[in-house]
Design a protein around this ligand. Structure first.
Ligand code: ADP
Length: 603
């Protein structure tokens, strides 16, 4: 990305603050004029003192001049304080406002993208975060640099240079001669840093990603006692980071030294030249002070040049990653215009192929029909493509080929948000947000009353358990057990009360009692709704109205439990394996014996 492109991209963000920008620019101009007062005043002072000495006049004759000069310098300084304050404050105000708009824009864009965007390797949680933070930070440094450093300093430099030329062309030429050398060194420095900066960026992203992973996998790391291994991995990264940082510092120290030297050469040349002009009677002695101060005004901003260059390069490096996020238009979730307020859930899926953005083809030529008001089960070994079907039905992804109809209309034509309002999705593991239980259940319907939340919790068999907690509904939801968190997800479903329900192994992580309770509450909510259930638990499948069996991304069998059982195909295989794993014969014998005992005692 070029600087020009960045400016073009930032322009719309700065536009709303144009008044502030103009005020800042005006203040900058006044400030750079005020900065030239010192050299003039000092030249006048030195010359006047010299004249007094030459005419043998003493302190008493000098006092009015001293008072006048002090008054002028102080007055200028007071005005300067206000100018600087205004300029910095407005500059900062522009920076902060633009920065928050940029961050907000990134968040808005990310939320509007498809799920595929998040699974892209460049967009994993830590990386995305670093890209946004670094991008906004470096862009803002650019804006801040422009208003607070570049503009005032360079305005100063240009005005000082013009004054130098006006005073003496040769003096102006010396200053102009030093500048390109200085520029060249700064350019070399920035160029050298650019390579290390890219490396640093990559390493920083890896490190923050690594930390996020560490926290996520803490339990596994500890249970396998892999602390040392993980530490070694982080340590290697840290070493590389250290080396890259040190390299950057070393380059800076070398080039900074070189620049100071060149600047001092400039000062010496100016002193020699001016001394010559004074001694040959072409100038008064005050000119020495005058020229050195002017040269200082020219060189001060140039001294900052490498930092500005540096930060500009940083902005160039990081802004690309940031604007890529804003520009990922292809990732934007598609939506139609068809209202979904009355959909009941008859899905017709025909010849659907689907490939995940990673390249895994998860569905091959899949056909199925989901009938309104009925329960349809999807069965198959793990990885068969069952969850993928739900992903497509929720419009989280689009199929590569094939037809998907809902109530006779193409699924793609429906308003995506309206459609999802009609669907309740409960997964094996549902996300619990940081916050209280009440807030987490409320996610189902944001404006639900507390009574409605309690009713939903009751239906999910959660209410009594919540009451036993010291803080009740205000307890931290993330501290709850897996089973309780699952009930929160089901309470959200009850609260949302959608006509279409997708259940993806909703009881897989629960104990037997919880499974039974939740099965009961799900059976209650299923009435009159369209339900698609994925489950490994036979009990939840056998009484479905229709069962579809999947194998390696293909639909292989369909029918009712009895039909599929008699077919002796994949379903039967899975069914028999499940029955064996449950040790059904022994369980049945135990139940029969128990029944006999009861009968005996009764007899
Ligand atoms: P099931 O629900 O039957 O266990 P899935 O539908 O989850 O199976 O997965 C089907 C295939 O798609 C698997 O090979 C799985 O690895 C792959 N898959 C699932 N989710 C993703 C994803 N987000 N990105 C890439 N591949 C995926």
């Amino acid at each position: 990305m070029s600087l020009w492109e960045i400016i073009r991209r930032l322009y719309p963000y700065v536009l709303p603050y144009r008044r502030l920008v103009i005020s800042t620019l005006l203040l900058t101009l006044v400030g750079s004029l005020a900065a030239q007062v010192n050299p003039f005043v000092l030249r006048y002072t030195v010359d006047t003192v010299q004249k007094l000495l030459d005419t043998n006049q003493g302190l008493s004759q000098g006092i009015p001049m001293l008072l006048w000069v002090s008054g002028l310098l102080l007055g200028k300084e007071i005005i300067n304080t206000f100018i600087q304050f205004g300029q910095k404050f407005y500059g900062e105000k522009i920076r902060i406002s633009v920065s928050s708009t940029l961050s907000q824009d990134a968040i808005h864009k990310i939320l509007s993208y498809q799920l595929g965007f998040y699974s892209d390797s460049g967009n994993q949680t830590g990386k995305l975060q670093t890209r946004i933070d670094r991008g906004v930070e470096s862009l803002m440094k650019l804006v801040q640099n422009f208003f607070i450093d570049i503009l005032p300093l360079f305005a100063n430099a240009v005005v000082a240079l013009v004054v130098m030329y006006a005073a003496n062309v040769y003096v102006g030429l010396v200053a102009t001669f030093i500048l390109p050398i200085y520029f060249w060194i700064s350019y070399r420095q920035a160029d050298k840093l650019n390579g290390t900066r890219r490396a640093l960026r990559g390493l920083r992203e890896q490190k923050s990603q690594g930390l996020v992973n560490l926290i996520d996998s803490a339990v596994v790391i500890k249970s396998f006692v892999r602390e040392d291994y993980e530490e070694q991995k982080q340590n290697g990264l840290q070493q590389q980071l250290q080396e890259a940082q040190l390299e950057t510092r070393k380059t800076n120290f070398v080039y900074d030294g070189l620049k100071t030297f060149v600047e001092q050469v400039g000062v010496v040349l100016i002193i020699i030249l001016t001394a010559y002009l004074v001694l040959s009677g072409q100038m008064t002695i005050g000119a020495i002070m005058f020229h050195i101060l002017l040269f200082n005004n020219v060189s001060a901003p140039i001294r900052q040049l490498h930092r500005i260059y540096d930060e500009m390069n940083e902005a160039l490096t990081y802004s690309e990653g940031f604007f890529d996020i804003l520009d990922a238009q292809d990732a934007k979730e598609k939506t139609g215009t068809l209202p979904a307020d009355h959909v009941r859930g008859t899905f017709d899926i025909c010849n659907v192929d689907f490939t995940y953005p990673s390249g895994t083809q998860a569905l091959h030529d899949v056909c199925l029909t989901i009938e309104e008001g009925k329960t349809t089960a999807l069965v198959g070994l793990s990885g068969a493509g069952k969850s993928t079907i739900l992903n497509l039905l929720c419009k989280f992804y689009e199929p590569d080929h094939g037809k998907m109809l809902l109530d006779g209309q193409p699924l793609a034509d429906y308003d995506t948000h309206a459609l999802r309002q009609r669907i309740g999705l409960v997964l094996q593991k549902n996300h619990i947000f940081k916050g209280s239980i009440e807030e987490n259940i409320r996610y189902g319907v944001m404006d639900a009353t507390f009574e409605q939340i309690q009713a939903a919790a009751r239906q999910a068999y959660l209410h009594d358990q919540i009451l036993e907690l010291p803080k009740g509904y205000q307890s931290d939801a993330q501290q709850l057990s897996g089973g309780q968190q699952q009930r929160i997800a089901i309470a959200r479903l009850f609260l949302k009360n959608p006509p279409i329900i997708f259940l993806d192994e909703p009881t897989a992580s629960l104990d037997a009692i919880a499974t039974e309770q939740i099965k009961n509450s799900l059976d209650a909510i299923k009435q009159g709704r369209t339900v698609v259930i994925i489950s490994h638990s036979l009990a939840q499948i056998v009484d479905s109205d229709c069962i579809y069996v999947m194998k390696q991304g293909r639909m292989v069998e369909s029918g009712t439990h009895d039909q599929l059982y008699d077919l002796r195909g994949t379903y039967r295989e899975i069914f028999d394996a499940s029955a064996r794993s449950l040790n059904i014969e022994k369980l049945a014998k135990a139940m029969v014996d128990d029944g006999d005992e009861v009968e005996d005692t009764a007899g």
